[in-house]
Ligand binder design. Structure first.
Ligand code: 13P
Length: 256
C-alpha cells in the first residue's frame, strides 16, 4: 500500500525573474493547474521582494508561497536582512533553509541553520530544510556520514512538535544546476537513509510522516523515475520551475 505522506512539489526560483516576469509565471501556472488540478501540495519560492504579490497572485489556488531564506534573529539592526515574522506577516507559509548555495556563498553552517529553523518555526512557518553532499564527498564515499551530520546538527535540538513542520530536501550539490541528476536508485538509497536518521533522532512516527524531497536537475524527463521511489515524497525544483509548463509537467509526474 502506498504511504500516506504528503507529496510536495516546490519551486525555488533562486535569483531569477523580475517582478512582472514572476507574476506572469504565476498567472500561467495558475491557469495550467486550474485546467488539471492536483491533490498534492504545490509551493513556490520567489525572491523576497515578490513575496507579498505572489501570495495575492496565488490566493484561492491552493498554491503555497515560500521564502528562500530568513534571518535567525526576531528583529534588530541587521541591514538588508528579513525576519521570519516579516515573512509570516506577508502570508508566506514556508521558508527554504540551509540551501547549499547559502552554505557555499554565504557561509551558512548547520549551527546557523538550526537557529534559523528555530526563528522560522517560532513564527509558525514550515521549513524546507536542505541537505546534501558535494561531488568530492560522494566520490570519497563520505556522503552518508555528511548528510547524517547535517541533519543531526541542524535538527537534533528540536522537539517532535517542531519537526512536524519540517520537510527535508535532499539536494546533492553535484546535481544542482548541472544537468546531472541522482539516479532514482541513488535518490532512494539516500532518502531511506535520511528516514532512518530521522527515526534515530525522533522516532518512527516522525520518520514515517516527514516528507523528503529530492532536488537537483529534476525535470519532466526524469521526474517520474525519481518520484516513483518509495521514499521520495516530492521535489525541490530550480531551473525547470522557471518554465510553467515544465513545472506543471513535473507536478503531474507524481505517480497516482
Ligand atoms: P536545479 O533544479 O536548477 O538543479 O536546482 C535545484 C535546487 O537547487 C532547488 O533548490
Amino acid at each position: 500500500m502506498p504511504n500516506q505522506r504528503k507529496k510536495i512539489i516546490a519551486a525555488n526560483w533562486k535569483m531569477h525573474k523580475t517582478f512582472h516576469e514572476g507574476i506572469a509565471l504565476l498567472v500561467e501556472l495558475n491557469m495550467l493547474i486550474s485546467s488539471k488540478p492536483t491533490k498534492h501540495t504545490i509551493v513556490v519560492a520567489p525572491p523576497y521582494i515578490h513575496l507579498q504579490s505572489a501570495v495575492h497572485a496565488v490566493a484561492d489556488t491552493g498554491i503555497k508561497v515560500a521564502a528562500q531564506n530568513c534571518h535567525q534573529a526576531p528583529q534588530g539592526a541587521y541591514t538588508g536582512e528579513v525576519s521570519a515574522e516579516m515573512l509570516q506577516s506577508v502570508g508566506a507559509e514556508y521558508v527554504i533553509l540551509g540551501h547549499s548555495e547559502r552554505r557555499q556563498y554565504f557561509g551558512e553552517t548547520d549551527e546557523l541553520v538550526a537557529q534559523k529553523i528555530k526563528a522560522a518555526t517560532d513564527f509558525g512557518l514550515k521549513v524546507i530544510f536542505c541537505c546534501g553532499e558535494s561531488l568530492a564527498e560522494r566520490e570519497a564515499g563520505t556522503h552518508f556520514e555528511l548528510v547524517k551530520h547535517q541533519i543531526t546538527t541542524a535538527l537534533k535540538s528540536f522537539q517532535p512538535r517542531v519537526i512536524k513542520d519540517v520537510v527535508v530536501a535532499y539536494e546533492p550539490v553535484w546535481a544542482i544546476g548541472t544537468g546531472l541528476t541522482a539516479s532514482p536508485e541513488q535518490a532512494q538509497e539516500m532518502h531511506a537513509f535520511i528516514r532512518e536518521t530521522l527515526q534515530g533522532l525522533f522516532g518512527a512516527e516522525i520518520a514515517n510522516n516527514t516528507p523528503i524531497l529530492y532536488g537537483g536537475s529534476m525535470k519532466p524527463a526524469n521526474a517520474n523515475g525519481l518520484l516513483s521511489q518509495p521514499d521520495v515524497d516530492g521535489g525541490l525544483i530550480g531551473g525547470a520551475s522557471l518554465i510553467a509548463q515544465d513545472f506543471f509537467d513535473i507536478i503531474h509526474s507524481i505517480p497516482a
